[in-house]
Design a protein around this ligand. Structure first.
Ligand code: GTP
Ligand code: MG
Length: 134
């Protein structure tokens, strides 16, 4: 059994897609373990996207994620880290296929609705960062 960190980004909250997104993971059979709605601080956002610190889009992704409330969550299930990324779909809109969250609802790389941890290591780090008491 694995755990992963998933987060509905400000565009997902703004567009009222929180229920739609959560429903997809529930229907896939995964278990919601923890959930918190918050507007991330700049410090939290920079720590979360720390791996992208040297990329050209770092400032813009931090500005976006701190622009409004997000829904931070921990989900549990077999192979949930990898399978949740498949439910989410690819980062670039031209590569995210229909049937995935991004494929169905996102049309830009910047506003792509949801984050999912990309490895066992980042899942553990992100769960610790967003849910220190879990
Ligand atoms: P996350 O789940 O949010 O981490 O997305 P990802 O794992 O699919 O993509 P990645 O970690 O590579 O990038 C993190 C975020 O930075 C993406 O979700 C985008 O919002 C943004 N991003 C990634 N690549 C680009 C890019 O080339 N240009 C811009 N403007 N933003 C990008
Ligand atoms: Mg990523």
């Amino acid at each position: 059994m694995e755990r992963t960190f998933l987060m509905v980004k400000p565009d997902g909250v703004e567009r009222k897609l929180v229920g739609e997104i959560i429903a997809r993971f529930e229907r896939k059979g995964f278990t919601l373990v923890a959930l918190q709605m918050l507007t991330p601080s700049k410090e939290l956002a920079e720590a979360h996207y720390g791996v992208h610190r040297d990329k050209s889009f770092f400032a813009s992704v931090v500005a976006f994620i701190t622009s409004g409330p997000v829904v931070a969550m921990v989900w549990e299930g077999p192979d949930v880290i990898n399978l949740a990324r498949r439910v989410i779909g690819a980062t670039k809109p031209a590569e995210s296929t229909a049937g995935t969250i991004r494929g169905d609802f996102a049309n830009t790389t910047e506003q792509n609705l949801i984050h999912g941890s990309d490895s066992a290591e980042t899942a553990a780090e992100e769960i610790r960062l967003w849910f220190p008491n879990l």
